[in-house]
Design a protein around this ligand. Sequence first.
Ligand code: RB5
Length: 149
Amino acid sequence: MKISIGSDHAGWELKEEIKKYLKEKNVDFQDEGPFDESAVDYPDYAQKVGTAVVSKKATAGILICGTGIGMQIAANKIKGIYAALVDNTFTAEMCRKHNNANVLVMPGRLIGKTLAREITNIWLKTDFEAGRHAQRMDKIKEMENKNFK
Ligand code: RB5
């Protein structure tokens, strides 16, 4: 497994914490930046992480901005990206089991480091349940084919 991780300035501190967590868990990752806390535009990093995932350079992605909303909106503009904004352990599990979310988005200004580590742990270890959920994901893929050029 290889994780592509990125943030904006508002998510930078939490990104550094999650990198520490991934190292502790021996999960390989690629940091797509930014590399300091200077102000940046979150879509640039959603693009980098999303591209790494759809090109299969990474297995999955993690994005962090202030609220998580901007990163979620931007990442979901990439065909093949299913980005889920998560701020609790229940949806960390459900976005894998039911939605097969391949990008985890967290709000750096809303959750603490301990909860973010827990969310990441659950998200990484939970598999897609498929079955009835696969047929719904297939409908989302049909929507992509209709609506994305
Ligand atoms: C940056 O100030 C902030 O707008 C950004 O991190 C994010 O919350 C956007 O959705």
